[in-house]
Design a protein around this ligand. Structure first.
Ligand SMILES: [Zn+2]
Length: 471
């Protein structure tokens, strides 16, 4: 039987959702403060007849919108947070602050497109469930603060994905592809050293330097680097160097550490060693140290059966057609990018596409065996540990332009971005519909999840009692 995928439904509602995406681009709100963006999503979802729970998992801008009845339950994940310091004029070919947006922020990761496309996919699935009379629920997750706040990790910790059979999402990108990246687990922790202040010239013997402790900790961690797995990453930022006076023995210092590794378990092992180094540094200097948890998220567990299903639809739909003016705009943006950015982008593609055109107008081949490790992290990781999860990317931006750059903000309201957003909505909706129509896909995806966990159970990387913090 020929399946009626909701491609036409997406096209016939496109204008309305392009408006929503452009509106959220204009709000450009930071994580946990996406009040207008969250309200705009809720306004549309209410009109579309979804049942909505707001302010979930301790986050005022988080929500869940549900439609349908019975099972299975398919979750679709949407984000809407912007980045600070990335205010940029829309459509400009140079880095130029926007006069439209007063808050200095910009949608440098395309989350205005991400949330809107996922939202539109959920509406299309709702329409399919109604017209087909098939049992099942579609649930749209409004996920705040992907950028560093890791809203989804809190949603997972609070059990909001426990009854979800599969989760689907996407990310705006520079190519049409299934996202086949191993992303790392991460944990951020503050270390605070406390010593004793004294005159650095007259009575240094009475002082205990918290700055010495902090420096010794960093030296120790820098030696540790050679003895951890090569995929791991350690970064630190000195939050408080103890003041600006060299003639005072610094009594209070603070450093923030980010620890990334391929799995939560490995992050925890490295963290224990970093903590031991901090204690050693405190002991060497006669100081004390205490720690404060900041944030964390889990690594991604890729899911081949779900990815294959998504790939089938990306191939079926194909790349959008582009006008000459769109090719020219992409060419012009492409010329503002650096050779190394373009090389890095090329490494994310299969071999056949190492040197694509400025506007990627094909579908990259999906090869489950050629997953590559990218040394970044996302809170989609936590969702992927509790329910099978798949993600695709579509070409919304010129090839070689990088996430978190002025170029991505500039291109965020372009017709290329809109076409990518609609392609993602169709891909996600059609993939969800296949899951409702043939539950064997869900069984295969769940079996894969168990295999990928490799004996590890999910335990939230966020300690009990820690609440989401607005930065
Ligand atoms: Zn992003």
């Amino acid at each position: 039987m020929q399946v009626a995928y909701p491609d036409k439904f997406v096209d016939s509602n496109a204008d309305n959702y392009i408006k929503l995406s452009d509106r959220i681009w204009g709000y450009a709100e930071l994580g946990f403060s996406e009040f207008d963006s969250s309200a705009a999503h809720v306004e549309y979802l209410e009109k579309a007849g979804f049942e909505i729970k707001r302010g979930i998992a301790g986050m005022p801008t988080a929500f869940v919108a549900e439609a349908g009845s019975g099972g299975p339950v398919v979750g679709i994940l949407g984000e809407f947070d912007a980045l600070s310091g990335l205010s940029q004029e829309s459509g400009a070919l140079v880095c130029r602050t926007s006069t439209e947006i007063a808050n200095g922020n910009g949608h440098g990761c395309g989350h205005h497109l991400l949330g809107t496309s996922a939202h539109l996919a959920a509406v299309a699935v709702k329409s399919f469930l109604e017209t087909s009379g098939m049992p099942g629920r579609v649930r749209f997750y409004g996920c705040p603060a992907e950028e560093g706040g890791y809203g989804k990790t809190f949603m997972v910790r609070d059990g909001l994905f426990n009854d979800v059979d599969a989760a689907l999402t996407w990310h705006p990108g520079i190519a049409n592809q299934v996202i086949n990246l191993n992303l790392l687990a991460v944990k951020q922790v503050y270390f605070r050293f406390k010593g004793v202040a004294a005159h650095a010239g007259v009575s240094p013997h009475l002082g205990r330097s918290a700055l010495d402790a902090l420096e010794l900790m960093n030296v120790g961690v820098n030696f540790l680097r050679e003895h951890i797995v090569p995929e791991a990453r350690l970064h630190y930022a000195i939050i408080n160097a103890g003041g600006t006076a060299p003639n005072v023995v610094q009594a209070n210092t603070e450093v923030l550490y980010t620890i990334r590794a391929p799995r939560n378990r490995v992050v925890d092992e490295i963290y224990e060693r970093v903590e031991a180094i901090a204690k050693g540094a405190a002991m060497m200097t006669g100081c004390t140290v205490d720690t404060r948890f900041d944030s964390a998220c889990s690594n991604i567990l890729l899911n081949t059966p779900l990815n294959e299903l998504m790939y089938k639809h990306l191939q079926r739909l194909g790349a959008p057609d582009y006008e000459l003016s769109e090719h020219s705009f992409a060419d012009a943006i492409h010329q503002t990018t650096h050779r190394e950015e373009r090389e890095l982008a090329g490494r994310m593609l299969t071999a056949a596409w190492r040197d694509p055109k400025p506007l990627f107008d094909a579908v990259d081949r999906y090869d489950p065996a050629s997953a590559i490790t990218m040394h970044g992290s996302t809170d989609v990781g936590d969702v992927s540990w509790v329910t099978p999860t798949a993600q695709c990317a579509t070409a919304c931006f010129a090839f070689g332009s990088s996430p978190h750059s002025w170029q991505w903000v500039s291109q965020g309201k372009s017709s290329i971005a809109h076409k990518g957003m609609l392609l993602a909505a169709k891909t996600i909706a059609a993939t969800a519909i296949d899951l409702f129509r043939d539950p064997s896909h869900i069984e295969a995806a769940r079996a894969e999840l168990v295999a990928r966990r490799d004996g590890d159970e999910y335990s939230s990387p966020v300690p009990d009692g820690v609440q989401p913090v607005r930065r």
